[in-house]
Write a protein that binds this ligand. Structure first.
Ligand SMILES: [Zn+2]
Length: 133
């Protein structure tokens, strides 16, 4: 998939301030502040920057952390995972594969057989409601 590259000025034109800071600067939204934290409608979550399909609502669970959490991505090829050693921790950062938007982090303490907990900022996601509902 071709990489989408835009300047920060271009991204700022169609992202709000929070989404810009999260996706392009790697910020983290405050816990329990995001619009998708307690949100369980059926549909698909896309990258807010480029529309790449990232997560299905059926994989979303309430982790109690204050951020939307998923135990599996829609496709292993829609994300890229990078080692993140910021803040004195070693974590695995999750980015959109097509536009490199920062999404959140993935941890190995999920409740389901995947053991994965994708801890994702609401500000990096765009929800598309399922048409079959
Ligand atoms: Zn993207």
């Amino acid at each position: 998939m071709p990489k989408i590259k835009k300047s920060n000025d271009e991204w700022k034109r169609y992202l709000n301030d929070t989404s810009f800071k999260v996706t392009r600067e790697g910020a983290t939204e405050r816990p329990f502040s995001g619009q998708y934290n307690q949100f369980y409608d059926k549909g698909i979550y896309q990258c807010i920057c480029c529309g790449n399909e990232l997560f299905d609502s059926s994989k979303k669970f309430d982790s109690g952390t204050g951020w939307p959490s998923f135990d599996d991505p829609l496709s292993s090829t829609s994300l890229e995972e990078l080692e993140d050693r910021s803040y004195g921790m070693t974590r695995v950062e999750v980015r959109c594969i097509s536009c490199s938007a920062h999404l959140g982090h993935v941890f190995d303490d999920g409740p389901s057989p995947t053991n994965k907990r994708y801890c994702i900022n609401s500000a990096s996601l765009k929800f598309i409601k399922s048409k079959n509902e």
